[in-house]
Write a protein that binds this ligand. Structure first.
Ligand SMILES: C[S@@+](CC[C@H](N)C(=O)[O-])C[C@H]1O[C@@H](n2cnc3c(N)ncnc32)[C@H](O)[C@@H]1O
Length: 277
């Protein structure tokens, strides 16, 4: 188990093992998609801005390790965690193939297993320089304050958090499903909680408004910025549109990059940067 974390099984709401069946297809269906690559390049620019070579960074819900490997290639030491054993197995293999396994420690750990009921590290060099979670890993819990408290114990003052959850207001999703006569699906996120199919399993998913996430982290983390990710670009299940009109979506991507800070928490995802007080 990761040093400094205590497991509290009773807090687990979603069993991340549900993601085991999804792991084998994840890179082909998302990581290698046009949209997945466009979005990830933008997240990497933010990671590069805040995490530098020699730092120790914690990743939550790392999936198949795409970001962990990239950060390790930039010289960052990454502790990559995920609740799914299969995701961790693939991430470990990917790190090995990329020749960066010396810079990545992959650990199976569910978000709900983190708690503030542990002794914080006592010296600064034991604390993480930052933490991040990309592409929806935070959406399987419905209360982010305990997680914020736990992260506050292990991230050094001045350390950055970069969080990329799915947001509650996705105009593309609303428009697309209304156009197809699916009003219930169109507005499913606005209630804050919905069911999502992950392979054969249906799991609850929460969609935190940016303001809610900010408030939950506010006692320990100062908000630096929030930007849209997937506002003018559609959700990943509409990848076929991108393939058809790649020029148009390339321009929309540039528009989105230019306006992302103005539209804050709107979009399929949003990216929030916070700083440990
Ligand atoms: C959509 S994938 C994103 C993976 C990766 N962050 C990326 O950028 O490709 C969501 C990941 O979150 C993990 N996950 C979901 N709920 C989790 C939880 N409660 N605790 C830990 N990991 C979780 C899943 O196993 C999966 O790997």
């Amino acid at each position: 188990m990761l040093r400094g974390f205590t497991k509290v099984q009773s807090m687990v709401e979603v069993d991340p093992a549900a993601f085991d069946n999804f792991a084998g297809d994840y890179d082909a269906s998302f990581t290698q998609s046009l949209l997945g690559k466009m979005w990830r390049r933008r997240v990497w620019r933010r990671l590069a801005k805040h995490f530098t070579a020699g730092q120790r960074v914690l990743e939550l819900a790392c999936g198949t390790g795409e970001d962990a490997v990239w950060l390790a290639q930039q010289g960052v030491q990454v502790t990559a965690t995920d609740g799914s054993a299969e995701m961790i197995r693939i991430a470990t293999e990917k790190a090995h193939q990329a020749g960066v396994d010396g810079r990545i420690t992959a650990v199976q750990l569910a978000l709900q297993e983190l708690t503030t009921n542990h002794q914080p590290s006592t010296t600064n060099h034991q604390l993480f320089d930052g933490a991040f979670s990309n592409f929806g890993g935070l959406n399987t819990i419905g209360d982010w304050r305990p997680l914020a408290g736990a992260l506050a114990e292990i991230v050094r003052p001045g350390g950055k958090l970069i969080l990329v959850p799915m947001g509650p207001f996705c105009p593309w999703e609303i428009g697309w499903h209304l156009l197809h006569g699916q009003a219930r699906v169109a507005f499913r996120r606005l209630g804050g909680r919905a069911k999502a199919r992950i392979g054969p399993a249906a799991i609850p998913v929460w969609y935190p408004p940016a303001g809610r996430l900010r408030r939950d982290f506010a006692p320990w983390f100062r908000h630096l910025c929030t930007e849209s990710l997937g506002l003018w670009l559609p959700p990943s299940y509409l990848e076929h549109l991108l393939k058809r009109w790649s020029g148009l979506f390339g321009r929309l991507n540039r528009l989105e990059e230019a306006t992302a800070r103005l539209t804050g928490g709107w979009g399929d995802h949003y990216l929030m940067v916070l700083e440990r007080r």
